[in-house]
Design a protein around this ligand. Structure first.
Ligand code: NAD
Length: 489
């Protein structure tokens, strides 16, 4: 490493990536950032060269060496089963927290929400992004939504630590726990537990649908919002767009030892190669990177020059508005305008100051339980759900068939189709697919079901000529049900 410089890994990405990265790096250099850059290639070309992960072993080595990654957006080829490299990098390197500030710059950038200054803290490793998907029958596809207690604790605690460090007054949580009582329910429960440890910070929870409506209508009411992966992905684009443009917001992906900085938007292939893209999102990611690297003076100089450029009405096409903007700028001209203003501060927008030391993103903090010392609970298996691919008749036909294989301490309790109970006493109106969940529980008197009983039961299902596609055990944890009831059960 060069003396006095911080080693970072840079990827130019796809689509508009190379243009906005070149603009960003030029601003960083002229703004006094001291960087020793290793460049790696990731993304579309790597995928299409036959590397299905989209990243080479040498690129991983660079990331693990420098531990700081400035990444332009990349294109995930559609179809072909390619996994998103963004998700791979975030999860492989344990970058659990995605921090996305969304700020409006009224009256200089057109927005209906002039008082918007919020930070979305998105969980980055779990939820439907576990990427575990299966086609189970000819009609039915499944994606597993995984929410873990350590995952919730890490991200929610990070949200409160962020709020405390940045003098934010409130942390809001969005979930859909009225429907997903176990997965989103856990996120909400852990939010309440962690919130109690931060009495100095206000907290609130909204169901994600009405919460999103309020966020889009009155974003000024929000401060820090912590949320599971998918909701965070969607709502950070919404928040950035209503602040002015999706092209404005940057993001930091934080892990225990490694951090990645990027724009929140994608590779925008529709405007690639046209010198049209706004480099501000990536530049904001890069400014967060400089703060992370303790290069706060350069971060402050560059951010203030950027604010002055916006205030002077020099705008890329995504935020250009007649009467409001003074000069339409391409990517390169916008970067040159920022460079020209290095050393200046905005007059009307609030200048930033990173020297106070509280601008740094917090380090991850873990509670004892998150570190793997989960509290001991009594786990008892009380039944099993067996999923079948079956097209041969009605719910009653299937129920009658399965009752033939009861015995050995287990009995059929119910059958559901897409989660709705259809046997016994189903409704003829309920639409049924070829995907059946058949719940077996212990016979009266017994409570516990053991693995050999399940293996025998699956053998009897097979003997009936039925196609089982998966099974899930039903467990109680300290007597509390670890599974949901059927709809209508
Ligand atoms: P996108 O964010 O690339 O583009 C959405 C819209 O916003 C487009 O109209 C685009 O022109 C505009 N836009 C985006 N960034 C802009 C900028 N800097 N300046 C001006 N306008 C901008 O979303 P998409 O079209 O859904 O996705 C395109 C590709 O990007 C896909 O392959 C997707 O997988 C990928 N993607 C990558 C990342 C990442 O690398 N972190 C994130 C999201 C999407």
């Amino acid at each position: 490493m060069n003396k006095g410089k911080s080693a970072i890994t840079v990827a130019y990405g796809d689509g508009i990536g190379p243009e906005i990265m070149a603009a960003t790096l030029e601003i960083l250099e002229k703004g006094g950032a001291r960087l020793d850059i290793e460049t790696i290639e990731i993304g579309e070309r790597v995928y299409l060269s036959g590397n299905t992960a989209g990243i080479s072993a040498e690129a991983w080595e660079s990331l693990r060496r420098t531990r700081v990654f400035l990444k332009a957006p990349i294109t995930t080829p559609q179809g072909g089963g390619y996994k998103s490299l963004n998700v791979t990098v975030r999860k492989t390197l344990g970058l659990f927290a995605n921090v996305r500030p969304c700020v409006s710059y009224a009256p200089f950038v057109d927005t209906r929400h002039p008082n918007m200054d919020l930070v979305i803290i998105r969980e980055n490793e779990e939820d439907l992004y576990a990427g575990i998907e299966h086609r189970q029958t000819s009609q039915v596809y499944q994606c597993l939504k995984l929410i873990t207690r350590p995952g919730c604790e890490k991200i929610i605690r990070y949200g409160f630590e962020y709020a405390r460090r940045h003098n934010r007054r409130k942390v809001t949580c969005f979930t859909k726990d009225n429907i997903m009582k176990m997965t989103d329910g856990l996120f909400h429960k852990v939010f309440d537990e962690v919130a109690a440890e931060y009495p100095d910070i206000e907290n609130e929870h909204w169901i994600v649908d009405i919460g999103s409506a309020k966020l889009s209508d009155t974003p000024g009411d929000f401060d820090v919002i912590v949320l599971p992966n998918l909701y965070g992905d969607i709502l950070s684009d919404v928040a950035a767009q209503i602040a002015g443009s999706v092209g404005l917001a940057g993001s930091a992906n934080i892990g225990d030892n490694i951090a990645m900085f990027e724009a929140i938007h994608g590779s925008a292939p529709n405007i690639a190669g046209r010198n049209e893209a706004n480099p501000s999102g990536l530049l904001h990611g890069a400014i967060m990177m400089l703060v992370h690297l303790n290069q706060t003076k350069a971060a402050e100089t560059i951010h203030n020059a950027w604010l002055k450029t916006i205030e002077d009405g020099i705008h890329t096409a995504d935020i250009f508005k007649k009467g409001l903007s003074r000069k339409a700028a391409g990517t390169r001209e916008f970067a040159a305008a920022v460079i020209e203003r290095l050393g200046e501060k905005p007059n009307r927008l609030k200048a930033v100051s990173y020297s106070a030391g509280n601008a740094k993103l917090p380090q991850p903090v873990f509670a004892a339980e998150t570190n793997g010392r989960a509290k001991k609970e009594k786990k008892e298996m009380v039944g099993v759900d067996i999923f079948l691919d079956w097209k041969a008749g009605s719910p009653n036909d299937l129920g009658n068939l399965l009752e033939q294989i009861e015995g050995d301490g287990v009995k059929l309790q119910m059958i559901t189709n897409r989660g709705v109970k259809v046997y016994p006493d189903g409704f003829p109106e309920t639409f049924c697919t070829d995907h059946w969940r058949c719940r077996f529980v212990a016979r009266n008197g017994d409570k516990i079901v053991r693995h050999p009983q399940i293996i025998d039961l699956l053998g009897r299902v097979n003997d009936l000529g039925l196609d089982f596609i998966k099974m899930e055990t039903l467990c109680e944890f300290d007597g509390e049900k670890g599974y949901s009831l059927g709809q209508g059960q």
